[in-house]
Unconditional design. Structure first.
Length: 365
């Protein structure tokens, strides 16, 4: 027998066995990575929380700056650059803005510290939680999360929500305003038919932009009623809401007559297409521009109809952010006006009951 050679017979490993072993190893590697990421996030949160507690004891901003500088220098000597001053400041901010340990534990199971660093610059805790949930739900990498944040999905949903009244027939957190349809690759001077065709071709991208739970049912959905044909541009279904969603695509500005058209479609869907166990259908009208004053006047949300703009080109970052801020300011101003008008109307009704009328008291001799 030649030296160094094994006397065991050579065996050919089956593809099934090798595939199973690779699967076991890879799944364990992923589990270990997730556990390490989780421990890192929780460690940084606990460090930030403890630093915050120390700063609160002294109640002095100057002390807070001094203590983070001093502690970061000491921790760097022990554990390296992960605890440099800028990162320690981020840990402190993370613990301050995510105060609930249960929320942090859930986030830590899905997101890395790099994900957290992408969330921290956002202004509101609500926005941070929204993007954290989206990243966890769809297993987004850091790059994809940053892309999602850059497209301002939370802010656009917030704009759509603020346009709804307390008696709205449109549920909250369903639609956005505006919708970004830049992924459809439409060229200048496109027609409605071009838009519909592009949506069907790039259906996955369109549904992703629309949001969680939406499913495509039909393009140019035909409904026959009393011998007449009616066509809805797009018909979707939302699994979470268990509702049919009619989508009308319009070129140019919103027009008041669109409301009557959509109301008719929703009545037809409710009578002829709605199945047992489903909620009443709702609709959305997508226009290239929308006069929000007209939409508010028509109280379309009470009829279960939303109106949103759609943009086929994504503006440069600064222009995009500025435009959204303008829209948000306008919508908030209209909301404040509605609240004020509601208080005035309530006061008038109250006065009607409490002001004495001429016949309230008998004539006194």
């Amino acid at each position: 027998m030649a030296k160094g050679k094994s006397n065991l017979p050579t065996m050919v490993t089956s593809d099934k066995l090798l595939s199973d072993l690779v699967g076991i190893i890879e799944s364990r590697k992923q589990a270990m990575c997730r556990q390490v990421n989780s421990d890192v996030v929780l460690t940084f949160w606990e460090v930030g929380k403890r630093v915050n507690e120390e700063i609160l004891k002294k109640e002095r901003a100057e002390y807070g700056k001094q203590i983070t500088v001093t502690v970061s220098q000491q921790l760097q000597k022990l554990y390296g650059n992960s605890f440099e001053h800028s990162n320690l400041t981020r840990m402190s901010k993370f613990a301050r803005e995510f105060a609930d340990v249960k929320t942090v534990s859930a986030i830590a199971q899905q997101l890395s510290w790099s994900h957290i660093l992408s969330l921290l610059p956002l202004k509101s805790v609500e926005a941070k939680l929204y993007y954290a949930e989206e990243a966890a739900k769809h297993s987004l990498g850091v790059r994809d999360l940053r892309h999602l944040i850059a497209r301002k999905g939370y802010e656009r949903r917030d704009i759509a929500n603020l346009a709804l009244s307390n008696r709205s027939g449109v549920p909250f957190n369903v639609f956005k305003d505006p919708y970004l349809l830049d992924a459809l690759g439409l060229k200048e001077n496109f027609l409605e038919a071009d838009l519909e065709k592009a949506i069907v071709i790039e259906l996955e991208k369109f549904i992703l932009e629309f949001g969680e739970g939406f499913c495509f049912i039909a393009r140019q959905k035909r409904i026959i009623f009393e011998g007449k044909d009616y066509y809805i541009d797009l018909l979707l279904f939302n699994r979470d809401l268990r509702r049919l969603v009619a989508v009308e695509l319009k070129l140019g500005e919103f027009k008041m007559e669109y409301k009557g058209q959509m109301e008719g479609y929703l009545r037809l869907l409710n009578r002829l297409e709605r199945k047992a166990g489903e909620e009443q259908p709702i609709g959305i009208i997508l226009c290239t521009s929308a006069n929000r004053g007209e939409i508010e006047l028509l109280e379309m949300d009470k009829a279960g109809i939303a109106v949103s703009e759609y943009w086929t080109k994504l503006p440069p970052k600064e222009q995009f952010e500025h435009k959204l801020q303008e829209i948000m300011a306008e919508v908030r101003e209209r909301l404040d006006r509605r609240k004020l008008q509601g208080r005035v109307e309530s006061f008038k009704q109250l006065q009607h009951f409490i002001e004495p009328k001429p016949n309230d008291y008998p004539d006194e001799d």
